[in-house]
Ligand binder design. Structure first.
Ligand code: SF4
Length: 288
């Protein structure tokens, strides 16, 4: 038995086992913030430039990553809001990636030359940027994501590719026609992002998508259990810490307590283990 295993409590050992056999997802998600420079039509967190920031302290994010290593998590995800509104984000991502590989969700609209220079070192680290792009048609894309979004994203992607940053393109909305999808795939290939780095996922009917009845409704049974920390607590999935009419949804809250990480992880495991056997996770929705 290793020194690390000896130091773990029985609850932490149980969490390690659940991650190892896939009952709990091996990625820990961190909501760095909830505010955003955009105001997308389907935003789960009703993010906008003036929405409450709900920041997760960077030091707490690092502490959570350290504990995630001990509990057997294999990966980290950082999302928001727009994480690049956090001024120390590039250095924070570098620190996190020294613990575990990181996927970072970003709208890719804030990459000035100065910011590009600061993210350049991340090309040498186990970091992937997941960039939102919804259509090859600028008007259709911008209708969902805001004015000039398309132009900014297609400007940023080749610059990040040139830096050697590992990129994925994420398309939200799985109702595109085959022709639309073909054009979108041709575009991301032209921008330097290969086909196996393109993720398409449905709009989830929460947050700003709710009043317009956009997307699909889902419960915890349709979402993979991926422990997710935000300023509001620990949640079931990165699709769970949503906001509606300015209030945080708590239907998928696992625990108000975030650290030590074994507390919300053990709470999640008790929910997983109390779930009756049967066909679940049927939609297989993933954030990244
Ligand atoms: S979907 Fe993402 S980019 Fe759009 S407003 Fe929400 S947090 Fe910002």
């Amino acid at each position: 038995m290793s020194a690390t295993a000896e130091a773990l409590s029985p609850a932490a050992e149980a969490v390690r086992g659940a991650i190892a056999d896939g009952r709990i997802g091996d990625r820990l998600w961190l909501y760095s913030n909830y505010h955003c420079n955009l105001t997308c039509a389907y935003c789960l967190t009703e993010s906008a430039p003036r929405s409450p920031r709900r920041l997760l302290d960077p030091e707490e994010m690092i502490a959570a990553a350290d504990e995630a290593v001990k509990l057997g998590f294999g990966r980290l995800g950082v999302t928001g809001g727009e994480p690049f509104l956090i001024k120390e984000l590039p250095e924070l991502i570098a620190e996190l990636s020294r613990r575990l590989p990181v996927i970072l969700n970003t709208n890719a609209t804030l990459f000035t030359d100065k910011l590009l220079a600061r993210v350049a070192p991340l090309a040498e680290l186990p970091v992937t940027f997941q960039i939102s792009l919804d259509s090859a048609d600028p008007e259709a894309n911008d209708e969902l994501r805001g004015p000039r979004n398309f132009a900014k994203v297609v400007d940023a992607i080749p610059k990040l590719v040139e830096l050697g940053i590992d990129l994925r393109v994420a398309t939200t909305g799985d109702d595109r026609s085959p022709e639309e999808m073909e054009r979108l795939c041709a575009l991301h290939l032209e921008l330097g992002v290969p086909e196996d780095h393109h993720l398409v996922r449905p709009i989830v009917n929460r947050g700003r998508a709710l009043p317009g009845q956009m997307g699909i409704h889902m419960t915890s049974r349709e979402l993979q259990p991926e422990l997710t920390l935000s300023a509001e607590g620990a949640f079931w999935s990165p699709f769970a810490p949503t906001v509606f009419e300015g209030r945080s949804d708590t239907d998928l809250l696992v625990s108000r307590q975030r650290l030590p990480l074994e507390v919300p992880a053990a709470a999640m495991l008790s929910i997983v283990d109390s779930d009756p056997e049967g066909p679940d996770l049927s939609l297989g929705i993933r954030c990244g």
